[in-house]
Design a protein around this ligand. Structure first.
Ligand code: FMN
Length: 341
């Protein structure tokens, strides 16, 4: 099965909101929320995608001819590729009825773990979402990252109990989620957290914390101060605040400022293994990809997800070999350049 075939199959199962476009560039879904679109004018997912396309890779094949190692050491675990499936919440509302959050997380966690990578799982208002997601992670030997929304502390504590039981190697919080239209004035309440609040949450949960939704150097410094083990440079795919910069535009400065103190992941418009290479060249340790993974799962469940992972790996391997990088640490800034077009 090719990824093109997976996309064709997905179109039969997706609702009317996602078109499973040949390239998932944010144009067709625009500002559709509910749906996989972006908030406000609906242009930020497009900006995220376009920003990676402005970067070119710099070919250099005068180098040793030996196999490429794409493995990533991250928070005490070794992964086959520097790629994670990003979290999705309320998948049926945004993509269609084929799966609820429980079924979706089950497919993603298991398919990713089998392929040697890990999936972040989404959170929902219903406690069952975190319960099932963490059960899926437990079944897969702790290879998966439950992502808790920035609820009030009482709700976070309840979710953290599920997380602790899952044996997950890490936990995440999408600290930017309060901007989601459906979380405004929701019950339980969700909202921003101070450095002190985050520090005590991180201590209480007792697992490496990945803070997702960092878009400034200042935000990254606060994440380090709070005791996070990693950040995800992310604008939530354009779903929490309109007219932000693209993640590709802010990544380099943030990665430089963090300077290896904690790990830096990035998401937003990364679609191919070549885009993954570009993100690593700008200083990321790894990437998250969201919407195309959902399309892959809607097309062919675990087989679709596996097919997309193989496609990404093939493209990354090819790009590394053609640019003379034999390991992830061999991917350097001079291997990408902005086009003058
Ligand atoms: C329908 C939908 C639901 C999402 N739900 C969550 C969520 O529950 N938690 C979260 O941290 N991010 C969520 N995200 C954001 C993604 O994890 C990711 O940060 C974003 O989509 C950027 O990646 P992409 O451009 O590859 O889609 C969601 C995104 C979409 C499109």
């Amino acid at each position: 099965m090719t990824y093109e075939e997976v996309i064709v199959e997905a179109r039969k199962h997706l609702g009317r909101l996602c078109k499973a476009c040949p390239v998932c560039d944010g144009r067709a879904c625009g500002n559709m929320i509910p749906g996989p679109g972006s908030k406000g004018r609906g242009e930020l997912a497009v900006r995220n995608y376009k920003a990676w396309q402005k970067l070119c890779v710099c070919m250099d094949t005068i180098c040793e001819n030996r196999p490429v190692d794409m493995s990533l050491d991250f928070l005490g675990k070794r992964f086959k590729y520097p790629i994670f499936a990003a979290p999705i919440g309320a998948v049926n509302i945004h993509f269609g009825d084929r799966y609820d959050d429980m079924q979706y997380n089950d497919i993603m966690v298991s398919a990713c773990a089998k392929a040697g990578i890990a999936a972040f799982t989404g959170d929902g208002v219903l406690p069952a979402v975190m319960d099932y997601a963490t059960q899926a992670i437990a079944k897969n030997g702790g290879i998966g990252i439950p992502t808790i929304k920035p609820w009030d502390i009482g709700t976070i504590r309840k979710k953290a109990e599920f997380v602790k039981r899952s044996g997950s190697f890490a936990v995440a919080m999408d600290i930017d989620a309060a901007g989601l239209p459906f979380l405004k004035n929701s019950q339980p309440p969700a909202g921003s957290k101070t450095v002190e609040e985050l520090r005590s949450i991180i201590n209480e949960i007792g697992k490496p914390m990945i803070l997702k939704g960092i878009m400034t150097v200042k935000g990254a410094e606060k994440a380090v101060e709070a005791g996070a083990s990693a950040i995800v440079v992310s604008n939530h795919g354009g779903r929490v605040l309109d007219q932000c910069q693209s993640t590709a535009d802010v990544l380099e400065d943030i990665a430089k400022a963090v300077n290896g103190r904690i790990a830096v992941l990035v998401d937003g418009g990364i679609r191919s293994g070549i885009d993954v290479f570009k993100a690593l060249a700008l200083g990321a340790d790894g990437v998250l990809i969201c919407r195309p993974f959902a399309v892959a799962a809607f097309g062919a469940a675990e087989a679709g997800v596996d097919c997309y992972i193989n496609k990404l790996a093939f493209e990354l391997e090819d790009t590394m070999a053609m640019c003379g990088a034999h390991s992830l640490s061999g991917i350097t800034r001079d291997m990408v350049a902005y086009t003058r077009e």
